[in-house]
Write a protein that binds this ligand. Structure first.
Ligand code: ADP
Ligand code: MG
Length: 695
């Protein structure tokens, strides 16, 4: 069955065999609507079942295909009921552990049965084991054939299994591949030196037996490069198009006479740095125009972005418009509320906080005032873009630490102020120092300003790495600092992205420190505390009623207490460079010399060593980010917390960094010379995904 006249980009996925309404519904959840979508639902990794590994050669942390005979199978009841199955192959043995199993499974895996198993070995209580591996019973003397190709693994959703996705992809490749239109102009292909689209798709879904396994597993095969190139190009085009669409909208032009800011500046204990003045001028230029500003201010931690944001806010207020300031955490929202209140209330400008934790009555009140246009400046968390929040005349949106928000959230807030073709200005601030080439890719829809100078008198933070065996010295150091009137942070991160474990670690540390440090006022702060509680602790720390703040990484963004001069970071070897830099940025904010102690668990890997060295050698966020980029492997850009950058299917902005400049040029060329190519590329790669489909 072939479809010579059918358009693959519109043919519904149900044209493939074996897709009923139920399966179609699940596929919809993955954004798969058409046959083309199936082909562009790409494997995000591969399993290598092309070789049989002898059990004696298994290593922990590595996935492998093995085959052996069941020696023993038993249901045990320790903390949890589990089926334990011991298999052996003559070179060694392995335990399989199942927490979920039924009677049939138990019966199948009885003594003497031969099984073919795929999974990751780990150290268990009695040696190497695999938890819930994939397995297959071998009937009779059937040999445990390895596969002749790599096995693709697809992103999936509940109730949809890999074999189904593999079958669909295979079917689409077999029957529809020759219908897939090339996305790039054919004239461009030779100069790009990339394989054809059809070749690339066939290869990544169904790698031939002769495939270069190493390259494919590392994501560095030319066919993957071809698809990544197209994907990055599509993102680039969508951002540029979004920018063009925004430019066509109207925004209120502010007079920007800066009368209010002049008053505010008189109360400031410092003068703006040249970099702050320059960036503010760039912002004001935008705000005078009747088109919506879309400006990103990049500034290293401590460069003084907040005061610049306040100046911009006053420009809106002066012209009679409302301002919304959005922060990623309650903690930071509270700090902004304090700062903005201190600066603006004396000028008669009301500042109100709107967070998720407000009491119902307060919230109803606050929301009513916003809708009535009575509140000129609002500071909040994502509570700001909940449905019932409406503004009377929102003129400027300020998003702080935007990397902690998703792109979608940022756009959602922007939609808040939208009326027809009217769109508020938007100012976005980030301390994430993204290297230039990456910034151009990730923020192609924005104008970028950089506060590239720190306020005068800042001394670089003295950074040292100390093994945890010398923890007592570090505790001593905290004692000395606090007794001489300084304040300190002690940060306890864990590797797991689990705030429960983080809190446990921090709570334990607080206990230990309380016993070790007499006469020092210690408090604990973490993400699960009530927001009132957090605010109380932070403001006590600010007022020097607390000497030592034990914290999870909640304090990572934005917190500003200049008298804190000592930062201890536990398990520093587990954190990425950018995060360490952010944490270290909490100190070194006053005139005193500050120190940062990176406590680590030896032995330090070469990699961790290099990271810590990079941090010691530089205090420049951009330089550190560049190093980070060079050192990191694919897929790790700024850690998993790095939201705010688009999620790619196959591209990896770190791995593919080298081709980013070319993406820029080709994007420009396409828009200029081949505008008809743009829409199909966007539909193919971006589809209906929120935020990229345009305004
Ligand atoms: P970030 O850019 O990390 O958000 P903040 O806005 O929190 O930085 O400012 C960091 C600290 O620097 C604050 O204590 C602020 O009062 C101070 N500061 C800001 N601008 C200046 C300046 N021009 N001179 C001296 N101190 C400044
Ligand atoms: Mg800040």
């Amino acid at each position: 069955m072939n479809h010579p006249n059918t358009d693959i980009t519109t043919t519904p996925v149900t044209a493939l065999k074996g897709i009923g309404p139920k399966l179609a519904e699940k596929l919809t959840r993955l954004g798969i609507h058409t046959v083309q979508d199936v082909l562009f639902h790409l494997p995000f990794r591969y399993e290598d079942r092309t070789r049989l590994t002898p059990m004696g050669a298994l290593r922990p942390g590595v996935e492998a295909l093995i085959a052996g005979t069941v020696e023993l199978a038993d249901v045990v009841q320790r903390r949890r009921r589990a089926l334990l199955v011991r298999v052996a192959d003559g070179t060694g043995h392995l335990m399989l552990r199942f927490f979920y199993f039924n009677a049939a499974q138990q019966k199948n895996l009885s003594r003497g049965t031969r099984v073919r198993i795929y999974g990751e070995a780990r150290f268990g209580p009695g040696g190497l084991e695999m938890v819930h591996p994939q397995y297959q019973i071998l009937i009779g003397d059937a040999p445990a054939q390895p596969e002749d190709r790599l096995t693709p693994v697809y992103p999936t959703t509940e109730g949809l299994h890999q074999p189904t996705l593999r079958r669909l992809a295979q079917q689409a490749i077999e029957r529809w591949l020759d219908k897939i239109p090339e996305g790039l102009p054919t004239e461009l292909l030779p100069s790009l030196n990339l394989p054809s689209l059809q070749e690339a798709l066939a290869y990544v879904h169904f790698p031939p037996p002769s495939a270069d396994v190493e390259k494919l597993l590392a994501g560095k095969h030319p066919t993957q490069a071809r698809l990544a190139f197209e994907e990055l190009l599509a993102h680039q085009l969508s951002l540029r198009r979004r920018r063009a669409q925004l430019a066509a909208l109207r925004a209120p032009a502010f007079a920007c006479e800066s009368k209010l800011f002049a008053q505010m500046a008189q109360q400031l204990p410092y003068e703006l740095t040249n970099a702050q003045k320059r960036v503010l001028e760039e912002i004001l230029m935008d705000l005078r125009r009747p088109q919506p500003m879309q400006r990103l201010v990049q500034g290293d931690v401590g460069s003084g972005k907040t005061v610049v944001a306040a100046a911009a806010a006053l420009a809106a207020v002066e012209s009679g418009y409302q301002v919304a300031i959005m922060a990623p955490t309650e903690l930071l929202a509270a700090q902004h509320l304090r700062n903005f209140s201190t600066w603006l209330q004396p000028l008669g400008v009301d500042v109100v906080g709107l967070t998720a934790k407000l009491k119902t009555r307060e919230r109803v009140n606050a929301v009513a005032n916003l809708a009535a246009g009575k509140t000129p400046v609002t500071v909040g968390t994502h509570a700001l873009f909940q449905d019932e929040v409406q503004f009377a005349n929102l003129g400027l949106i300020i998003v702080d630490e935007q990397h902690r928000f998703g792109v979608d959230q940022r756009l959602q807030l922007r939609e808040k102020g939208r009326r027809g073709d009217y769109q508020p200005h938007q100012l976005i601030m980030t301390a994430t120092p993204i290297p230039r080439t990456l910034a151009q890719t990730a923020y192609a829809d924005l104008d970028v300003s950089a506060i590239d100078e720190l306020p005068p008198g800042r001394k670089p933070v003295d950074t040292v790495a100390v093994p945890s065996s010398r923890r007592a010295d570090v505790v001593e150091r905290v004692q000395v600092a606090c007794q001489s009137g300084r304040q300190a942070y002690w940060v306890c991160p864990t590797i797991e992205e689990s705030d429960v474990l983080d809190i446990q670690a921090a709570t334990d540390t607080e206990q230990v420190l309380k016993e070790a440090l007499s006469g020092i006022r210690i408090a604990l702060i973490h993400g699960r505390l009530k927001s009132k509680e957090k605010e109380k602790i932070m403001s006590a720390f600010q007022k020097r009623e607390i000497d030592l703040l034990v914290a999870t990484t909640v304090i990572e963004v934005g917190v500003d207490v200049p008298n804190a001069t000592l930062m201890i970071i536990e398990n520093a070897e587990r954190l990425g460079l950018a995060q360490l830099h952010q944490l270290r940025g909490r100190v070194g904010r006053g005139a005193e010399t500050s120190a940062c102690v990176l406590l680590y668990e030896p032995p330090l890997s070469d990699f961790a060593h290099a990271r810590i060295a990079a941090l010691r050698e530089s205090s420049d966020g951009f330089e550190i980010a560049q190093k980070d980029l060079e050192m990191r492997g694919p897929g790790e850009l700024f850690g998993t917390r790095q939201a705010g950058l688009p999620q790619f299917r196959i591209a990896d902005i770190t791995r593919d960094a080298a081709c980013l400049p070319r993406i820029q040029t080709v994007a420009e060329q396409l828009m200029r010379e081949y505008p008809e190519c743009v829409e199909p590329l966007l539909r193919r790669w971006i589809g209906s995904r929120e935020g990229y489909s345009g305004v």
